[in-house]
Write a protein that binds this ligand. Structure first.
Ligand code: CIR
Length: 254
């Protein structure tokens, strides 16, 4: 959770057409832009150097730069998003990663979204989902090993978009998770904080240096983290939430 550098991409007006599993109404471009602007400010406030990429009108979901690539201090891995409309986002972000990283690996097989990958000090967890298949997860494991890290393949709860939709890292030994994911027992090596019932989308929080960014629509989660001593930065996620996104989705961090 200690990061010097962050990449984000400005939303395009086409973001209103972003993918969603269930239609709860489209977000407005102005609303997404305001949430994104506040996010970039929060990143700078957390002492990260932010590279802001230009909007891509032909890719409505390209604001969610976490999905087409995975980055570590040791190098970057270009992924293959499991949603057909998102596959070519990889070509769009690749030149930036080749500029910024000495080592850039490619996924030789399968599909994998960065939203399914949780990096912890113990190792990298790769969640199988509708976007990340076993071939992609195994190819990703091989690449992660080349970068000198350990990884394991785990399950994402049924009907949940990404593994990290339901969990985030709070510090070296603590995971914030929904009850449905925590129940599976995969976080037994960690201390767990469980999301209060009804606030499940708050599980996609984001620790960056000394702050934890949390969706401001989730007061009970914010209070729980605040009481536990975390420095909570509330950020509005109402509009991006309509297209199944949360706070980790909008950046690559290393
Ligand atoms: C999608 O369905 O791909 C986007 N509408 C949301 C992506 C959210 N990304 C993430 O959780 N890493």
């Amino acid at each position: 959770f200690e990061f010097n550098s962050v990449i984000v991409r400005e939303p395009s007006p086409s973001v209103v057409d972003g993918l969603r599993a269930e239609d709860r109404g489209s977000p407005t471009y102005e609303g997404v832009k305001a949430e994104h602007d506040a996010y970039v400010e929060a990143m700078r406030g957390a002492d990260a150097n932010v590279t802001v990429l230009p909007p891509l009108a032909s890719f409505p979901d390209s604001i969610f730069v976490e999905d087409p690539a995975l980055v570590f201090t040791e190098g970057a891995i270009l992924l293959r998003p499991g949603a057909p409309t998102r596959v070519k986002e990889v070509e769009e972000i690749a030149p930036t990663l080749r500029d910024l990283f000495d080592v850039v690996l490619e996924l030789p097989a399968g599909f994998a979204d960065g939203g399914d990958v949780l990096t912890t000090a113990q190792g990298v967890m790769i969640g199988l989902s509708a976007r990340t298949d076993r071939a992609g997860a195994e190819a990703l494991q091989a690449n992660i090993e080349k970068l000198g890290r350990k990884s394991e393949i785990v399950a994402t709860p049924e009907g949940v978009l990404h593994f990290k939709t339901d969990c985030s890292l709070l510090d070296e030994e603590t995971i914030l998770a929904t009850n449905r994911l925590a129940r599976s027992g995969i976080f037994k090596a960690f201390r767990q904080m469980i999301i209060p019932e009804g606030e499940e989308p708050a599980a996609n929080a984001l620790r960056v240096n000394d702050v934890v960014m949390v969706g401001s629509d989730f007061p009970r989660t914010m209070e729980m983290l605040d009481k536990a001593g975390y420095k909570v930065v509330p950020l509005k996620t109402t509009e991006i939430g309509k297209i199944d996104a949360g706070l980790s989705c909008m950046s690559l961090r290393w």
